[in-house]
Design a protein around this ligand. Structure first.
Ligand code: RBF
Ligand code: MG
Length: 308
């Protein structure tokens, strides 16, 4: 699936499309309903389905010092949009110029002229334009004026509440990856290039693939049962430490995954690690032997959980 932006423009084949519009961070059940509606509408009319998203996230643009909060990277979203049936992804570079466009100017310059949208689909809480002046009613009025359809998809409810990225983030921060996965329809997963480590893991008998957390939301620090997807598509069970390793100095925040029945070197590879289950918080042990024994227990528990 193609990734387009204002630099690439929108080739003729993708003009006249139905555009799902939103941040879609997490691409949870609610976002899937919006994109699903756009894909169905588009394909029923023989039109392309485009998912348009913003990068950086507008919240990051307005609050550069806010704590990391992302549930996906652009690459992860691109794969998820493709799996949902989208024909292309369009990335709005969220910069000062875009932030300064009023609702009318955004619709005219971006949706009509740049994207050539025949229709737009959003969630009911979508806002746009300078100072968030536009909402779904504004979008419908602009559509009537400028000649595109505007559809609103209601929120999805699951387990007694509206599915939202906020709810998913709370589950992850509080160590409930299973509950987050129910709303996401898949586990929260961190994708990054594996860094060179200090080889201490190997000395302990548990070699690890180390990854930085970058812009991802920080889930509860602790030990997790995980699944890792390697660059070649192989999926490996494992156990990971997500946190700062209080036994070691200096503390450094990392996701350190030990994969079962695997002996290769993953250095430099892009790996996606899914957090399946929270096992315990990070701890300080009296000795490396005690830590090693605990990691053995963690690994056995993770193997059992993943086999279920
Ligand atoms: N480090 C800690 O300081 N405390 C822990 O409780 C802890 N638990 C771990 C559990 C697992 C499953 C793994 C793979 C690592 C754990 N570590 C922990 C990190 C360990 O110290 C790390 O692998 C070494 O620092 C090597 O980089
Ligand atoms: Mg390591």
């Amino acid at each position: 699936m193609e990734r387009l932006d204002s630099g690439s423009g929108v080739p003729a084949a993708y003009r006249g499309g139905i555009v799902a519009l939103g941040n879609f961070d997490g691409f949870h059940l609610g976002h899937q309903a919006v994109v699903g509606r756009a894909v169905a509408h588009a394909h029923a009319g023989g039109r392309p389905a485009i998912v348009a998203t913003f990068d950086p996230h507008p919240r990051r643009f307005f609050q550069p010092d806010a704590e990391p909060f992302r549930l996906t990277t652009l690459d992860q979203r691109q794969r998820l949009f493709a799996e949902a049936g989208a024909d292309a992804m369009f990335v709005f570079r969220f910069d000062t110029a875009l932030a300064g466009l009023g609702a009318g100017a955004f619709a005219e310059a971006q949706l009509v002229r740049l994207l050539g949208a025949a229709g737009v689909v959003t969630g009911n809480d979508f806002t746009f334009g300078k100072g968030r002046e536009g909402d779904v009613a504004t979008l419908a009025a602009l559509g009537a004026q400028l000649g595109f359809s505007a559809e609103v998809v209601p929120p999805v409810t699951l387990e007694g509440g509206t599915v939202s990225s906020t709810r998913i983030r709370a589950h992850l921060r509080e160590g409930r990856p299973r509950e987050a996965a129910a709303l996401l329809t898949r586990p929260f997963a961190i994708e990054a290039v594996v860094e060179g480590g200090d080889r201490r893991g190997r000395e302990l008998g548990y070699p690890t693939a180390n990854m930085a957390l970058a812009n991802y939301l920080r889930p509860a620090y602790g030990i997790y049962a995980v699944r890792g997807r390697l660059a070649d598509g192989r999926v490996l069970g494992g156990v990971a430490n997500l946190g700062v390793r209080p036994m070691f100095d200096p503390p450094r925040e990392l996701l350190e995954s030990h994969f079962f029945d695997f002996s290769g070197d993953l250095y430099g590879q892009t790996v996606e690690v899914s957090l399946v289950e929270y096992l315990r918080p990070e701890a300080k042990f009296d000795s490396l032997e005690a830590l090693k024994a605990q990691i053995g227990t963690d690994a056995a528990r993770a193997r059992e959980l993943l086999a279920r």
